[in-house]
Design a binder for this molecule. Structure first.
Ligand SMILES: [Zn+2]
Length: 851
């Protein structure tokens, strides 16, 4: 019976059936091995974009495959639902963030279902829901009780017109407020931090365990943690009992220290400043306080500083050296002070030249000349000069020797320093989980008792974007009694960074409905770690590092057993669309406004347009809406294209012609199966004919290749190619009434099922099956089918191909040579000639060398 492939009919039908039959739900069958497949959950912006489609399709193929391979699979989805956009929507459109978020969630949930993603919606979570953030708050208190959450002063962006704190995203590139346009100021506020630095070494060394992670991501994490091994040294201040403390990775250069630099807001700055320098130091400190960290430290930004008038002693040389302050030294990093070694540090060299500070070379190349003038900083290792008893010593040995001398003299010691800093989690915003702390005048910061969690966000709130945060303005909410002593006290009005919500969400899914604990220990230890995590490279550092940190702290609090949350990580590439760019004006042109797309011209300026692929975005007019593709071709085609077009970790260029190509392939599969009369392959099983053996070999090669492609590295693109080859072999086959042909048809559908789940299910049922294809086992290789009966051998005479022969597949070297000698192809050219040599390459060719 002829029928047309119409995705719009079959896709919604099967989505409904799967939902009704609970096919997407997590199996609790403990006899099966577990597989936890996890996609990075999205921010509910309201619209699924192609990047999402790629991420979630990849995970869905893995989940469906693992179910067919006999695992119990957890494939959950949720919403990273707190954050700024909802609050901005509230300010701009006067809609409550909760309502706006809920609307977006239900819209996106529908879009996921249209794609045929097999999420277990029974375990859906939203981080903005009180049932979830109750446990985010509880986990915060675990950190607090462990001494890992503390308060200190830190800088915020301050809008002086609206009198409000701004998030970094609300400050534009010119340093102005998104709403008022005011130049943003820097202001000190008391805020909450998590002590991630306590775990710096573990977070670094445990990267070695993550063998299923991309090397590039591990390197990015290691660099972020930034371990340096060196020395802590103290420079006594002249006329005071204190020292300027510094950290250096180059103690071998200590004889070249000609000045020290403090951060302008270092506690010692005011005390070392001499009266004649006071006004200048204050003015400079004020000016620096308005600069961002990037402006102060970026390599290409000017490094500026002034002397304080104070001096210190370089204890190694005994000489007096000036104490400066400079913008590039940050008080919150390391000791808040650095030693200046202009001869051996690029930045210090420039700074010393600008400010006429002494430059003393103390390291020279091994065969270098100590007297040669220095034209640039020499930053390599070498041999020490001008360094008293260390002269002639190579740098590595000198590092140790200098540290030993410092230790003996009480000037310092060996030290390890990390670039990683504690995590600032306070946000002065409404749409986040309230920090569950009460500030009492007697007891200080007091944890809200467990029984009173969650500290709920009040709903009746005014969103103006001006003044204190919405929570701080609600007196009725803020004023409470201290849980410990009953004195009138005040609630903390900061909410938590949304990275807090996403640092443990993967621990909630295994036990998503638990209302008396964040998760059950047994369930977590059963499901964790995540077997395959898939998400964007933009989360390579913070989200993954924070999740690893949370897992380790919760392990140390005896709440779970694993040390690392994610066994394997796949970072999928971007989805790029075609853009038409005017490289002179930098503007993008909409494709529909261009007359001739083969030689595109800017309709406004007449310039030739450049055609480039870039990440899809509204401003570049190169986005493709998933809904449009589904409407035109169906979800299965969208999925197949995304999987076929590029390996998952590479960027993918959207190409309509290739989408069309996948639609044609699915149509071919449709015809192949619908033209095949069910039951006609029932001929009794005897020994197979030669063409049957050939076809069966093609079937099992496809099984072998697809199975290998889907192990570990997930090469979906080559797996799809193998399915195409199998469908071609089936099209070409003449023996359509053979049981081997039937085996081929069913194998093709079962291989295809994880990729194009709807069409595979529909055709499976059309073959007469009544149960779901997604509950069938994935095809298993019969390696005996791979053995060919015969092989083809090329006959060459003097290197020239003269024909081919067929020999039994198991023929050895001698048998092949004999068959070749007897073949007509060879005899026509060798008969009557002296054979000097016969070269036999088994499985390939026989070459006769004749005289
Ligand atoms: Zn109290």
């Amino acid at each position: 019976m002829e029928s047309r492939y119409t995705p719009a009919d079959i896709e919604p039908k099967w989505q409904q059936v799967w939902m009704q039959q609970g096919l997407n739900q997590t199996s609790e069958d403990s006899s099966k091995e577990k597989f936890y497949a996890l996609s990075m959950f999205p921010y509910p912006s309201g619209d699924l974009h192609m990047g999402h489609v790629r991420n979630y399709t990849i995970v869905d193929v893995i989940a469906r495959l693992k179910r067919m391979q006999g695992y119990r699979v957890l494939n959950p989805m949720g919403w990273d639902a707190f954050g700024l956009p909802a609050e901005n929507a509230a300010i701009e459109r006067n809609i409550h963030p909760a309502k706006w978020t809920q609307q977006n969630i239900s819209q996106m949930r529908d879009q996921f279902n249209q794609l045929g993603i097999s999420f277990d919606w029974e375990r859906e979570i939203a981080t903005c829901s009180p049932d979830y953030y109750r446990w985010t708050q509880w986990i915060f208190l675990e950190f607090f009780k462990a001494g890992l959450a503390y308060q200190k002063d830190a800088t915020v962006n301050w809008d002086p017109i609206d009198q409000t704190v701004l998030a970094n995203e609300q400050v534009d590139a010119d340093g102005k407020s998104w709403r008022s346009g005011a130049i943003v100021e820097r202001k000190q506020l008391r805020q909450w931090f998590l002590k991630i630095t306590d775990y710096a070494e573990q977070l670094l060394t445990d990267l070695d365990q993550l063998t299923g992670w991309p090397e590039r991501v591990k390197l990015m994490q290691a660099n972020w943690i930034g371990k340096s091994v060196g020395a802590y040294l103290e420079f006594p201040i002249v006329g005071m009992a204190e020292n300027v403390a510094v950290f250096t990775t180059r103690p071998d250069t200590v004889y070249g220290v000609t000045y020290v630099v403090l951060a302008p807001d270092h506690p010692l700055t005011q005390r070392v400043t001499t009266p004649d320098r006071q006004a200048a130091v204050d003015a400079f400190a004020q000016e620096v306080s308005t600069q961002t960290e990037l402006e102060r430290t970026a390599e290409d930004k000017p490094k500026r500083g002034i002397p304080t008038g104070g001096t210190a002693i370089n204890p190694f040389t005994g000489e007096e050296i000036p104490i400066w302050i400079a913008n590039y030294v940050l008080v919150e990093y390391g000791t808040g002070a650095v030693m200046g070694v202009p001869a051996h540090d690029v930045r210090d060299f420039v700074f010393a030249q600008q400010n006429e500070l002494a430059i003393v070379p103390v390291i020279i190349p091994e065969d270098g000349d100590a007297a040669a003038p220095l034209t640039a900083a020499y930053t390599e290792s070498g041999v020490l000069v001008n360094s008293a008893e260390f002269d002639g010593m190579p740098s590595p040995a000198a590092k140790q020797a200098v540290i030993q001398k410092a230790e003996k003299a009480g000037w310092g010691n060996a030290r390890i320093q990390y670039r990683l800093r504690d995590w600032l989690i306070s946000r002065q915003r409404y749409w986040g989980a309230p920090i569950p702390i009460v500030h009492c005048p007697n007891c200080g910061a007091v944890a809200v008792p467990d029984a009173e969690l969650p500290v709920k966000l009040p709903e009746d709130v005014e969103f103006s974007g001006r003044g204190a945060s919405p929570l701080a303005k609600l007196d009725a909410w803020v004023n409470v009694l201290c849980p410990t002593c009953g004195t009138p006290a005040k609630r903390e009005t900061d909410t938590m960074d949304t990275f807090m919500d996403s640092s443990w969400y993967f621990l909630r899914y295994p036990d998503a409905k638990n209302d008396h604990a964040a998760f059950d220990r047994t369930k977590i230890n059963d499901w964790m770690p995540v077997d395959q995590y898939v998400g964007g490279i933009e989360h390579a550092i913070l989200h993954l590092l924070y999740s690893r940190f949370f897992t380790k702290v919760l392990r140390d609090r005896n709440l779970l057993n694993v040390s690392e949350p994610f066994q394997r990580l796949l970072t999928q590439g971007m989805v790029q669309g075609k853009t038409y760019k005017n490289s002179r004006t930098g503007k993008y042109v909409i494709a529909t406004q261009i007359k001739d797309l083969t030689t595109p011209i800017d309709p406004e300026t007449g310039d030739q347009l450049e055609v480039v692929y870039e990440k899809m975005s509204k401003s570049k007019y190169n986005g493709v809406a998933p809904g449009d593709v589904i409407k035109k071709y169906g979800a299965d085609t969208a999925r197949m294209f995304i999987l076929f077009k590029a390996p998952p970790e590479k960027d993918l260029e959207w190409e309509d012609a290739d989408v069309e190509g996948q639609f044609r392939f699915l149509n071919r599969v449709w015809r192949l199966v619908t033209e095949f009369a069910p039951g006609s392959g029932a001929r009794s099983q005897g020994s197979l004919s030669k063409p049957e053996k050939e076809l069966r070999r093609s079937i099992h090669i496809a099984i072998k290749e697809v199975t290998e492609d889907l192990q570990g590295d997930y090469q979906f693109n080559t797996a799809v190619s193998e399915m195409m080859k199998l469908s071609n072999a089936l099209s070409d086959a003449t023996l359509k009434d053979s049981p081997v042909y039937a085996e081929g048809i069913e194998t093709l559908l079962r291989l295809l099922a994880p990729f194009a789940p709807h069409i595979a299910e529909e055709l499976w049922h059309q073959l007469g099956h009544t149960d779901s294809i997604h509950t069938q086992p994935f095809p298993i290789l019969d390696s005996s089918a791979l053995v060919a009966d015969e092989m083809t051998i090329v006959i060459q005479v003097m290197g020239k191909t003269r024909g081919t022969i067929q020999v039994p597949a198991q023929a050895d070297k001698d048998a092949i040579e004999q068959a070749a000698r007897n073949s007509d192809a060879a005899r026509r050219h060798i008969d009557g000639k002296a054979i000097k040599k016969v070269i036999v390459v088994p499985g390939k060719l026989v070459n006769f060398v004749v005289g």
